[in-house]
Every structure is written in structure tokens, then in C-alpha cells.
Design a binder for this molecule. Structure first.
Ligand code: PGA
Length: 251
């Protein structure tokens, strides 16, 4: 089964509304003919602006997190209903920066994922090992624990529609990309974990992105790998030309 490539920007904590509007206005014509699915995941405060400006274009808008609870006393959290009301389509869950700085665990990632699915948001679930874990040969174990933890209690039908982003922590924002062989090997292992959980058809259908210093220079080689179905792009998504070159990696 052919999996449609998906290139998603992750703006992180960058871009005021005015800056967001400028970037999106510049970006739209540059990616209008893309074969890949194009997503920008933006700060909550930019979502309204982004959805308005992306209307009628091929750019879809995502959030960078979502609460597991439906509503209530959760100071600082944003619910799925709030995101959906603004026209948000995708949501990043379990990014390593959330795990590292804000105490996210496999259990909280799982809870957020189940809520996103139940509400009809399209999740991009992030997994990835630290440098220490890679160097001590633990990458596959770490990935397996994270994937199993994230998908606990998720049905096969729902799991097939989730996008997974493999992001080695040591490659994020460091300029150090995993080699295409390293990325392919681990993404293949993730597909193997999905096959173990859900069978071959789901493992074959699920789209798995690479993330970590993906840029216009290395995107082609990474995307040429058979198991890599797209990218989650941080730094290079903050400039329209750079992000468009990643999106249009085939040109
Ligand atoms: P980067 O970030 O492209 O700046 O390395 C990727 C990410 O964290 O999603």
C-alpha cells in the first residue's frame, strides 16, 4: 500500500501572530503544487491566524499539544474541543521537549493520544532515544517501550491513522542528523513494533516521519529510504523558502 508522504513543520515556541501571518503568506504559493501532505504545527496563539490564512490552500494546521482531559481544572492546558473549534486538524503529542522539560511520560502521551483520537484530531506521536541510550545500544528497547506505551488501548483501526515521528533526541536542533541508514533502521524497527501490536496491514499503513535537523540538503536522501514517509521539521520550518524546499523534496 502506498503511503502518502507527510511533511509537517513544528514551530515550537516561535512566531508571534504577525510573524506567523508573514511566514504563511510567503509559504502558500511556494508549496501550492506539493505532492506531499503539508502541515504546520504552530503555537496555540497562532492557530486562529494560521487556519484563517490557510483556508483554501493545501496547508493544514496542527497544534503542538492537547490536554487529555475534556475540560475543567487544568490550568495552562488546551482541550481538543478548543482546538477543533478553531479548525485545527493535526496535533503533535509526546515531543521530546515535552518529555524532557515538562514531565511528559509514556502514560501522559497515551492519555493525550486517546483523547485526540476520540475527538477526531489527527495525532503525530513522537518517539526517540537520547544520545546516551543510543550509545549504550538501547535504542530499539527505548523505542519499543515508547511505542507500546503510547498506543496502549488504541484500536488497530485508529492506530493505522496515527502518524509517528521518529526523532532521535540528539539530532533535534543540533544540526546533527541521523544518517539515512540510522533513520531507516530505527523507523523499520518502529514498523516492526507496530506489526507486533497490530499485524502487518496496520504496520504497512502507518506513516512514520523522521525528525531531527531535517533540512533542504538532507531531505532527499532521507525520503529515499523505503520506510521514511515524511518529516517533522523544526528549525527549517521557520523560513518559508527552506520549508518549501523540504516539502518539494522531489524537485
Ligand atoms: P529540528 O526540530 O528540525 O529543529 O531539529 C525537529 C523537531 O523537534 O520536531
Amino acid at each position: 500500500m502506498a503511503r502518502r508522504p507527510i511533511i509537517a513543520g513544528n514551530w515550537k515556541m516561535n512566531m508571534t501572530r504577525a510573524q506567523a501571518a508573514q511566514l504563511i503568506t510567503e509559504l502558500k504559493p511556494l508549496v501550492a503544487d506539493a505532492d506531499a501532505e503539508v502541515v504546520i504545527c504552530v503555537p496555540y496563539t497562532d492557530i486562529d491566524t494560521a487556519v484563517t490564512l490557510c483556508k483554501g490552500s493545501n496547508i493544514k494546521v496542527g497544534a503542538e499539544n492537547v490536554a487529555w482531559a475534556e475540560k475543567g481544572a487544568f490550568t495552562g492546558e488546551i482541550s481538543a474541543d478548543m482546538l477543533l473549534e478553531l479548525g485545527t486538524e493535526y496535533v503533535i503529542i509526546g515531543h521530546s521537549e515535552r518529555r524532557q522539560y515538562f514531565g511528559e511520560t509514556d502514560a501522559s502521551v497515551n492519555a493525550r493520544l486517546k483523547t485526540a483520537i476520540a475527538k477526531g484530531l489527527k495525532p503525530i506521536v513522537c518517539v526517540g532515544e537520547t544520545l546516551e541510550e543510543r550509545e549504550s545500544g538501547k535504542t530499539d528497547d527505548v523505542i519499543e517501550t515508547q511505542v507500546k506505551g503510547a498506543f496502549d488501548g488504541v484500536s488497530a483501526e485508529d492506530a493505522a491513522k496515527v502518524v509517528i515521528a521518529y526523532e532521535p533526541v540528539w539530532a533535534i536542533g543540533t544540526g546533527k542528523t541521523a544518517t539515512s541508514e540510522q533513520a531507516e533502521e530505527t523507523i523499520k524497527a518502529i514498523r516492526g513494533v507496530m506489526a507486533g501490536l497490530y499485524g502487518a496491514a496496520v504496520a504497512d499503513a502507518v506513516r512514520i516521519q523522521y525528525g531531527g535537523s531535517m533540512n533542504p540538503k538532507n531531505v532527499k536522501e532521507l525520503m529515499a529510504q523505503p520506510d521514511i514517509d515524511g518529516g517533522l521539521i523544526g528549525g527549517a520550518s521557520l523560513k518559508a523558502v527552506d520549508f518549501s524546499q523540504v516539502v518539494n523534496y522531489k524537485d
